[in-house]
Design a protein around this ligand. Structure first.
Ligand code: DQA
Length: 166
């Protein structure tokens, strides 16, 4: 089965009450529940974690080398500061999707640069909590396209429709 590690960075534990005009009223627990529900429907196993500590996120990324096929990460403020998180993602070299609830390019100038984007296969910014669900779907599709590297779960499913002239 495909296993994805979902990481939430600093201050995302305060979602629901934190700057509601930017981040809305959905709590992190609600987001994690929606991620779990979508993962179940896609037959993916997910592990969701949040930390306010840069080094802890780095350690979790390193640990993902064994047992995970991809990473979804909202590095929050570390997006704009952390060479360490970028280097960890580059080192593990797992397909990674960067997610932001808000559209970082519509906000302050200092949020326009992401240290993570250069090592991520994709970035979703501005979809709110839905971004995580789209990331799951996109990452799964990418892993399926990538082939059978990790066994049956990531091999391309058999297409049931046949072309008339094939
Ligand atoms: C964020 C955007 C970051 O700039 C900010 O520091 C966050 C959250 C987002 O999800 O929109 O904490 O990553």
């Amino acid at each position: 089965m495909v296993r994805i590690l979902v990481l939430h960075g600093p201050n995302l534990n305060l979602l629901g009450t934190r700057e509601q005009s930017i981040y809305g009223t959905t709590t992190l627990d609600e987001i994690d529940a929606a991620i779990a529900q979508t993962a179940e429907s896609l037959n993916i196993e997910v592990d969701t974690r949040q930390s306010n500590v840069e080094g802890e996120l780095v350690t979790w990324i390193q640990e993902a080398r064994t047992g995970y096929h991809g990473i979804i990460i909202n590095p929050a403020a570390y997006t704009h500061t952390s060479v360490a998180i970028r280097d960890a993602l580059a080192a593990v070299a797992l397909p990674t999707v960067e997610v932001h609830l808000s559209n970082i390019y519509q906000r302050e100038e200092f949020r326009h640069h992401s240290y993570i984007a250069g090592v991520a296969m994709a970035q979703l910014s501005g979809f709110g909590p839905t971004g995580y669900l789209l990331a799951l779907q996109g990452l799964l599709e990418h892993l399926l396209e990538q082939g059978a590297k990790t066994g049956a779960a990531t091999s391309k499913p058999v297409r049931r429709t046949r072309r008339r002239n094939a």
